[in-house]
Design a protein. Structure first.
Length: 654
């Protein structure tokens, strides 16, 4: 590729990293305007094709193709029949966008699946083929460049029409009616439709979720909701499962852009009521539009969104708790699309991700797989004391929550000045100039926190409770990154052996954890760190550690959670401060969250009532959007593969 072609193909960053759409749907860096600016010249076409070929030669891309195909093959090997769908959303085709690379990766994975004997059922596209700024003719031409290659795969293509497909964006004078959209994209009169698959007892209800002529543009018409009701009535007598497919979500809290979803509550109520009386045969609701990943289960069926196939990465303008995956131009994370594998025995859904993001598993058995809530001794004790003061009413000075929601208590420890005691770092005042040293011993803190089962009353001394069941995880953070406190590791191991307790050791001092591991091979240890460590999961595996305890920002690194799962490494993230972050960590699939607001975590994860919100920022997301969960707790399962030691330890002791 010549230097001129490289310069031509430089994509403008503002259309990737900020919310912005180029008015001519053209990302080429042209110095001369050709006769037809809406099309590639022969030289430009050659350059784009060459870039796609080079992208496909990237070793990371080749590995991702093999990994994706292998994962799907393994899922299809399990007992029972499977349905396999390519799943794409929000391609937003532009000249010099990433569609050519996306098309190449889909074709390559399809070929790899054929070689592995996997049969594909169909392709689902969740809408927004173009930006919807140009003429109707250009919308047809550009969307065809996405639709035709997908059809050429040889499988049925199921399209949910998107809001940009109405061709209304930026006050476009050639906006299309719903009937025009249905004719252009579906080849039929109505923009919603039903598909009864022959391969399995599954029905797709594909909906239309946008009308530019309505005051509430996002939503579902009365006629469409009536049509859904009629389809459900027809399906009531059989045993077919139902998968609802739409561009937009059916609820406002799942759509950053909508003030409300027209008839959204009516539609959800209709689906929930039918599901409750028909053996939960609605297995899910799939949508795009938000350009973010989210699994929401506040209904009798999961609502699952998928990120944009379009190359795009900015962290704001998204529903609370949803995940915008990090995208890197030229690398495999430039791409983002899924393969949906449906198990027709259990009707569980696996979303196998190609490119940015991680695989997701949605179970119909409703296993609660939410992170454990861990908090420090200092943050835990006010709630613990309030729980004991059963008659304090509103005078306790803190919101009452069930302390049973807290799964682990963190004790940050060091040595006393004379090295005779293990003491808490918080509140430790060393002796200076003859003044008396002040501290709380670890033994006293464990007694105060009542970490043992005791029929409702804390024991007077920890030595009284060796035979009782440990009811809280004891997490010991060694505060020895600055002062080394020689011998602290030995004293801790001997302390917990004496009282027959099983702690989790965490520290920023990784050498210290290695000493503990050499003293006690069965100890569960977690590496704390704040800034990026290269290939942290492999590093933890090499040191034979059980867990990583990263600052929360590190969890978003591409492939981090998948690599941890592959290596059998647990993840506990810190500091998780607000509801948006709490939900994001649940979506990521971390094992535990470390937070100073266990009451807020109980609210987000369990729906516990919080009598009073202490400050507005407590319920704000990282981008200022408020988050409120009034529905039942989302119920998902994101698998971390293998059977790591920390998981076995958890099952054994709790």
């Amino acid at each position: 590729m010549t230097e001129k072609q490289k310069e031509l193909l430089k994509r403008p960053g503002e259309y990737i990293y900020t919310y912005s759409y180029k008015s001519d749907e053209n990302w080429l860096n042209r110095t001369e305007i050709p006769e037809d600016p809406t099309e590639y010249t022969a030289e430009e076409q050659e350059a784009v094709a060459e870039r796609a070929r080079k992208f496909m030669q990237n070793p990371g891309v080749r590995r991702e193709i093999a990994k994706t195909a292998d994962t799907v093959m393994e899922l299809c090997k399990n007992a029972g029949s499977k349905l396999v769908f390519y799943l794409l959303a929000d391609t937003h085709y532009v000249l010099n966008g990433n569609w050519e690379e996306t098309e190449a990766t889909v074709k390559a994975v399809d070929e790899a699946l054929k070689q592995r004997g996997v049969s594909v059922t169909g392709t689902i596209h969740l809408g927004d083929f173009t930006d919807g700024i140009l003429s109707k003719e250009m919308a047809k031409r550009y969307s065809g460049r996405v639709i035709e290659p997908l059809k050429a795969l040889g499988y049925p293509l199921y399209i949910a029409i998107g809001n940009h497909d109405a061709n209304y964006f930026k006050k476009n004078k050639e906006a299309m009616s719903a009937a025009e959209q249905a004719l252009m994209y579906l080849g039929q009169e109505d923009p919603w439709y039903r598909v009864d698959l022959e391969e399995a007892p599954l029905t797709l209800l594909v909906l239309h979720s946008f009308d530019k002529n309505q005051k509430l543009r996002y939503g579902f018409s009365d006629e469409e909701v009536g049509w859904v009701r009629a389809q459900l009535d027809e399906l009531a007598a059989g045993d077919r499962r139902i998968l609802v497919v739409s561009h937009d979500a059916p609820q406002q809290l799942l759509d950053f852009w909508a003030k409300d979803i027209r008839n959204g509550d009516m539609l959800c109520s209709l689906l929930d009521e039918w599901n409750e009386t028909h053996d939960k045969r609605i297995i899910g609701f799939l949508h795009g539009h938000t350009h973010a990943d989210l699994i929401h289960e506040g209904h009798t069926f999961p609502i699952v969104s998928t990120g944009s196939t379009k190359l795009e990465y900015f962290s704001d303008k998204r529903p609370d708790g949803s995940l915008r995956q990090v995208r890197q131009e030229g690398e495999v994370t430039q791409e983002l699309w899924d393969i949906l594998v449906l198990d027709t025995d259990t009707w569980d859904m696996d979303f196998v991700r190609f490119g940015a993001g991680q695989d997701r598993h949605v179970s119909q058995k409703k296993h609660l797989d939410i992170p454990e809530i861990w908090t420090t001794y200092e943050d835990y004790m006010p709630y613990c004391m309030a729980d004991r003061m059963t008659d304090c009413g509103d005078t306790c000075g803190t919101d009452r929550i069930s302390i049973d929601r807290v799964g682990g208590i963190i004790f940050r420890v060091e040595h006393s000045h004379d090295r005779k005691h293990i003491v808490l770092s918080q509140g430790h005042i060393p002796a200076f100039d003859g003044q008396e040293e002040s501290y709380t011993t670890l033994e006293q803190a464990l007694e105060d926190a009542s970490v043992m089962e005791d029929a409702g009353n804390p024991p007077k001394y920890i030595s009284d409770v060796q035979d009782q069941k440990q009811k809280k995880r004891v997490i010991v953070e060694l505060n020895n990154s600055g002062s080394l406190y020689p011998g602290l590791e030995r004293d801790l191991v001997e302390f917990f052996e004496k009282y027959d307790l099983d702690p989790i050791y965490i520290s920023r001092n990784h050498e210290s954890l290695m000493r503990i591991r050499r003293m006690d091979e069965s100890a569960v240890c977690g590496l704390m760190y704040e800034d990026g460590i290269y290939d942290a999961p492999a590093y933890a595996k090499r040191l034979e550690m059980d867990m990583l305890v990263p600052a929360m920002k590190n969890v978003r690194y591409p492939g981090f959670m998948e690599d941890c799962g592959r290596e059998g490494i647990g993840v506990a993230a810190w500091p998780v401060k607000n509801a948006d972050e709490l939900e994001m960590m649940r979506q990521r699939g971390v094992m535990a969250v470390i937070t100073d607001r266990p009451d807020l975590a109980a609210r987000v994860y369990y729906g516990d009532k919080m009598p009073e919100v202490k400050a507005e920022e407590d319920i704000k997301g990282t981008d200022g959007a408020t988050f409120d969960r009034t529905e039942p707790v989302p119920e998902i399962k994101i698998n971390q593969k293998n059977s790591p030691k920390w998981l076995n330890w958890f099952k054994k002791h709790i």
